[in-house]
Design a protein around this ligand. Structure first.
Ligand SMILES: [Zn+2]
Ligand SMILES: [Zn+2]
Length: 333
């Protein structure tokens, strides 16, 4: 393992542990410094014990680099063990069945990694495909993609797909559900994409009735395939939004829009009681990481544990299907 590989792996592990503070920033910064430093200089500095004199390298990162140069992986292994994502025995059955991930972001919007890095990680986790779902234009804080940028992204994805075959990057977007339930891209744009995730990101505190109408309208769109993080809650920080779950999930079942089981630890959306309602309505589901970094692609176990706990019918989880079956379902809906 080279120093760069060791640092990349540690950053990946800290991401999967949802460690976003000082420690992660220190390793990300060190990674930039190491990439910019000639390998010979790193070797000399490691021998002389002067790595930490480089701006951006501290004691822990210097230790990691020194170990990597010696072929010693003990620090990386320690971080690996400390950050492993918990998977219950019941959840393991769901995780083993997953063949893809239908909601994730790249540097094109607010993610932290390239499309290629996300794809390589998804493949290393055993997936056959991933759906790339960067944000739509209205979400300016997340550098949402205009029609033009989306077109450029599609061209990039086509090139990457040649390079990564048989792994497949399906095209998609996480499109904002606007206040009136319309979507943040024209139908013609959405029709070009393989899979569309639609999510509410604004006016989450809307009254129950208009929120219900807003969500039902989006779910009923023939272009929408998955309803993302339906309540918008942030555990401990933001309450779930209020809507009539009977109407929304009945619409999801009726219009073949899968209910996402969002695996981000701070979301775990829908909450248990709503997940039970969606199961009763015979909805389809998608267990998605909503990853914004490579390490976060390892979050699917959170959703698998939850799906197992509530007995989500595994044959209704759309990302347990192969890409061709998934695309057939999407097109038929
Ligand atoms: Zn979202
Ligand atoms: Zn997202």
């Amino acid at each position: 393992m080279t120093p760069v590989e060791a640092l990349e792996r540690v950053v990946h592990c800290l991401d999967r542990a949802h460690e976003t503070g000082f420690k992660t920033k220190a390793f990300v910064r060190a990674l930039e410094v190491v990439r910019a430093t000639p390998p010979d200089e790193l070797v000399e500095r490691a021998a002389a014990g002067t790595l930490a004199k480089l701006d951006g390298i501290g004691d822990s990162t210097a230790r990691l680099i020194t170990e990597a140069l010696r072929g010693d992986t003990s620090y990386v292994e320690k971080i690996e063990a400390e950050t492993a994502v918990t998977l219950t025995d019941a959840g393991a059955r769901y995780r083993a069945a997953l063949r893809g991930d239908c909601h994730l972001h790249s540097l094109w919007s607010d993610g932290g990694a390239t499309i290629e890095a996300m794809a390589r990680t998804a493949r290393s986790l055993g997936h056959e495909y991933m759906v790339l779902t960067d944000h739509s234009p209205r979400l300016t804080v997340a550098h949402g993609l205009s029609k033009e940028r989306l077109e450029q992204q599609l061209a990039d994805v086509a090139v990457l797909n040649e390079k990564m075959a048989p792994f497949r990057i399906l095209t998609g977007i996480e499109v904002d559900i606007l206040e009136d339930g319309t979507l943040d891209h024209d139908d013609a744009v959405l029709a070009e994409l393989d899979v569309v995730v639609a999510s509410v990101h604004s006016k989450l505190r809307m009254e129950r009735q208009p929120m219900t109408e807003r969500m039902v309208r989006a779910v009923a769109s023939p272009h929408v395939d998955i309803l993302g993080h339906c309540t918008g809650r942030m555990i401990g920080k933001r309450d779930p939004s209020t809507f009539d779950a009977d109407y929304v999930f009945a619409a999801c079942a009726q219009f073949h829009t899968a209910v996402e089981i969002n695996c981000r630890p701070e979301r775990l959306d829908p909450p248990r009681e709503l997940l039970d309602v969606a199961i009763d309505f015979g909805c389809y589901f998608s267990i998605d990481s909503d990853a914004h970094a490579t390490g976060q692609l390892e979050w699917q176990p959170h959703g698998c544990n939850r799906a197992a706990e509530r007995h989500v019918p595994i044959d209704r989880v759309i990302n347990t299907w192969g890409a061709d079956d998934l695309l057939r379902w999407v097109q038929a809906a």
